[in-house]
Design a protein around this ligand. Structure first.
Ligand SMILES: [Cu+2]
Length: 136
């Protein structure tokens, strides 16, 4: 096996491992004294932690996202305007991102990173996604 083939093999082995990602870290938000459900999240290649967030309907949410430093670009996207959750925000390593919204509907709503490089699988396909579960 020559070096180039070996490196390709390692890349595919690693990306395969990440593709098997399942929702794991569940976090149930509790409102702060100011009534805001504040959630601190970490992001990186290719994850959000926590990636399963439970919030209450009709109560303001503030998502504060810090990310690992790397050159890989990441963002966070939600596209549920009728449920009060619509944004598309870059997450940069140097500065935490703050996103505020108020969930208007109960249910499970996906968030994900929509970055993709050339023919490689998208970050979403590599496991960079999660769910906001809105309860009564
Ligand atoms: Cu990403």
């Amino acid at each position: 096996m020559n070096k180039g083939v070996l490196i390709l093999f390692i890349i595919f082995a690693l990306s395969g491992a990440k593709a098997n990602h399942k929702l794991g870290t569940r976090y149930i938000a509790v409102p702060d004294s100011d009534g805001v459900q504040r959630i601190y999240m970490r992001a990186g290649s290719y994850y959000y932690k926590p990636d399963h967030i439970v919030v209450k309907k009709g109560v303001p949410v503030e998502l504060i996202i810090l990310r690992e430093s790397s050159l890989v670009p990441h963002n966070i996207v939600m596209d549920y305007p009728s449920a009060g959750m619509k944004f598309d925000v870059e997450i940069n390593p140097d500065k935490p991102v703050r996103i505020s919204f108020t969930p208007l509907k109960t249910g499970s709503f996906e968030f994900y990173c929509d970055k993709k490089l050339l023919f490689f699988p998208s970050h979403r396909e590599k496991g960079m996604h999660g769910v906001i579960e809105v309860t009564e």
